[in-house]
Design a protein around this ligand. Sequence first.
Ligand code: FSX
Ligand code: SF4
Length: 299
Amino acid sequence: MNISRRDFLRLCTASSATLALSSLDLLRLEQALANPNGPSVLWLQGSGCTGCSVSLLNRISGSAPTTVGDLLINTINLAYHPNLMATAGDSAVAVARQVHAAGNYILAVEGGIPTAFGGAPCWAWTENGVDVTFASAVTTLAGRAKAVLSIGTCAAWGGMSAAPPNPTGVKGVKAVIGKSTVNIAGCPPHPDWIVWGVAKAIAGTVGTLDSYGRPRALFGRTVHDQCPREEQDETSTYGQDRRCLKKLGCYGPVTRAMCATAQWNNRANWCVDANAQCIGCTEPSFPGAPLRFHAEFDD
Ligand code: FSX
Ligand code: SF4
């Protein structure tokens, strides 16, 4: 399926309210996409579960662009993505190197970066017969990137991949490259947030970030602030519809994310409305130690 630039703009326009894209953003995005010399996107995957890409690819629409996979491959110049690119091996690496040399690209990193054992727990690729660690590939490509997006909580701060005992020494991207990243948090992030990040980075209008590097447009309010159960009685047992889950350890009061309005799985539902407490997956402290899934609320 051939998806046009117009389709990408239509998606962004249709979602402009939830995506917080202004008309100026859309104009700049249109100009960037219309420019044959506009930025490419290099997407690297390190230590994670690939759930970030799966979340993005799980966005399905009845109207074009029907899937984000089509969108990314055919609309923006997604020059490298381990799951989506048609090429593999040396030819794929050669494309990444060409884009790096030209210097006009956005770097999107999914997954954390292992730093123990000289980075050997995670190889990005082999180049001229030499294995290149993920840490080395990210550091090199970040050097010339117009913007670096950390896609998911693992890339942002280590997340699940850095949970104790973390024998491979996983760290977030910023901690390794020593340069700020735009953190599209979540384990995984909502597909709209990923589209937002890519679109805004291409348009050059990411806007202000909070102290954890998250765009304020997406992560400006807590889950609790937007939760329809805020006025409901608290419950101490699971499976109770329309009851607040605070006593079950809900992290909504300290977690910044717009899940209640974005909704998940093609807008079918979200954690709290499925009677599962928020576990704070967009926060730097996620997943906590011990894992917080059934912990007492302690913040
Ligand atoms: Fe991490 Fe991505 Fe969680 Fe998984 O690869 S943010 S473990 S959903 O998918 O990095
Ligand atoms: Fe807040 Fe969680 Fe209760 Fe919703 S369920 S009102 S997010 S504590």
